[in-house]
Design a protein around this ligand. Structure first.
Ligand code: ADE
Ligand code: ZN
Length: 348
């Protein structure tokens, strides 16, 4: 059994969440109105219903999800929009004791919709600075290259981030996986590493060539982390390599309106038991029924049968895998240890 109060008070970090996916249908509806943008839904209820997709295969789930995800980007127009969405996300983080977040943003999609880079980056920066000031939640950005775009576009987008190295802590990759293996973007990743950035890459759940893609992440992209990465379980040598190389993984025990079954949980438990450095993440909390990290944590703890100590270990992994200055990391780990120590005392 676990205690809700223990989970609530737990100092948390999240390493895998997309700013665009934090936007709830209500926020989306309101932003569209504010910017006089016509959504392809005539009522708010229709917009909500669009999130209730069901799909046949894992590839189809990702395709349906991304279709909705990218279609929703149209509501962003001004610096204020980006600032408000980031600020609101950090406000919700504070409610759940998420004290540090690394947050993906996908520049290419916004630029393609006509948003100038300084508008996007200025808004995200303002949201981060004001969120930290008002809620005490620190955040860093991760650029998500869209793997479906050309290698040249990925490379140029990474290069355009050089002036923003104070807020962009790492480079990663998302988007549609079939036909877009990690090695396609090897030059962009080599450039990112040469610039001193940490790197990560999505290896989504049960996609075609999932294991092969994970090996490419290790051997070609030379990543520090892998997003999702659940299919590591399909290859014992890969588990060994991930553990030996001290790679952190960011699986997401999420569920969405069309499938209230958090079907990834059994494998997340297996990853933990295999000694992998896993963290827990919400991915797209505005679009999933599972919601924010602190909202999904009770169900995940119960259904994975994680003890308080194991949850503490998972959260320590998040702070250890974070791209933070060592002193800041040590401070968070001390807060986490104090919470665990108080819990041990209370239950002895
Ligand atoms: N963009 C937002 N969420 C994503 C995911 N789970 N996989 C790939 N790209 C994404
Ligand atoms: Zn993701």
């Amino acid at each position: 059994m676990f205690s809700e109060a223990f989970l609530h008070g737990l100092p948390k970090a999240e390493l895998h969440v997309h700013i665009e996916g934090t936007v709830t249908p209500r926020q989306r509806w309101d932003l569209a109105k504010r910017n006089s943008i016509e959504l392809p839904f005539s009522t708010f209820e229709e917009l909500v219903a669009a999130h209730e997709y069901a799909a046949e295969s894992p590839g189809e789930v990702l395709r349906r999800f991304l279709e909705l995800y990218y279609a929703n980007h149209v509501v962003f127009k001004t610096e204020q929009d980006y600032r408000d969405v980031m600020y609101e996300h950090l406000r919700r983080c504070a409610e759940g004791n998420i004290r540090y977040a690394e947050i993906y943003f996908g520049a290419q999609a916004h630029l393609a919709l006509g948003v100038p880079l300084p508008v996007l980056m200025g808004g995200l920066r303002a949201g981060i600075e004001e969120g930290e000031r008002d809620f005490g939640v620190a955040a860093g950005l991760i650029l998500s290259i869209n793997r479906g775009h050309s290698a040249e576009s990925g490379f140029e987008t990474v290069r355009s981030m050089v002036p923003y190295q104070d807020i962009v802590v790492g480079i990663g990759m998302g988007g549609l996986e079939p036909g877009n293996p990690p090695e396609k973007h090897k030059d962009a990743f080599a450039f990112a590493r040469a610039e001193g950035w940490h790197v990560t890459c999505h290896c989504d759940v049960d996609q075609e060539d999932a294991v092969k893609h994970m090996w490419q992440c290790l051997d070609v992209l030379k990543v520090d982390r892998i997003d999702h990465g659940i299919n590591a379980l399909d290859d014992a040598a890969l588990i060994d390599a991930l553990n030996t190389r001290d790679i952190y993984l960011t699986p997401c025990p999420t569920w969405w309106p069309g499938s209230n079954d958090p079907y990834r949980l059994a494998r997340i438990r297996q990853m933990y038991d295999a000694g992998l450095n896993i963290t827990l993440n919400s991915d797209d909390p505005g679009m999933m029924t599972s919601g924010m990290l602190h909202e999904l944590l009770p169900r995940v703890t119960r259904e994975c049968a994680f003890t308080h100590e194991e949850i503490g270990h998972l959260m320590a992994n998040a702070f250890k895998g974070a791209w933070l200055p060592d002193a800041q990391r040590a401070g968070y780990l001390r807060q986490l240890e104090a919470h665990l120590a108080a819990d041990r005392t209370a239950s002895s």
